[in-house]
Design a protein around this ligand. Structure first.
Ligand code: CMP
Length: 136
């Protein structure tokens, strides 16, 4: 059954750098998400390595961690019924060139690396990622 969930969303350095922070937040709000917590941070590379640990064996891991720690990002907790899968729908495919019209990555993404947003891919990872940024 559908239930209200929380997921972790990041507005990545390429989007913050282009002043798209408010536009992307509005995109989520218009799509029915509540932003229940948010903060702007700049990660150290070692923090990015922890955040993206699931990708540590991938050839793009080092560049990915360099990139995520290259400038300020906005971390948000998004809340909605089925938030994890709903967020993945509004973000669109990882590669903006393959993302559907009307998605965030299609509209704002520059490349597979500079794809403007990150979203948790499962409830389990959402809990881990929320804890990473918002542990009290
Ligand atoms: P994200 O959803 O933040 O999760 C991992 C990121 O790795 C992904 O978005 C992409 O920006 C980045 N990435 C770079 N190269 C690849 C690739 N070949 N396949 C998947 N993700 C990639």
């Amino acid at each position: 059954m559908s239930k209200v969930e929380q997921t972790l969303s990041l507005i990545k350095p390429d989007a913050v750098e282009r002043n798209l922070e408010e536009e992307i937040k509005q995109f989520f709000i218009k799509s029915g998400f509540k932003i229940t917590k948010q903060k702007k941070v700049k990660l150290e590379k070692k923090d990015a390595e922890i955040f993206y640990k699931v990708h540590e064996t991938k050839p793009f891991y080092n560049d990915l961690c360099e990139y995520l720690s290259s400038g300020p990002i906005v971390a948000m907790i998004l809340e909605k019924v089925d938030a994890v899968s709903e967020n993945r729908k509004v973000m669109g495919a990882t590669d903006p060139n393959k993302a559907d019209e009307g998605t965030i990555r299609k509209k704002y993404g520059l490349s597979i690396d500079k794809n403007s947003v990150h979203g948790s891919d499962s409830i389990e990872n959402a809990n881990k990622e929320i804890n990473f940024f918002f542990k009290t």
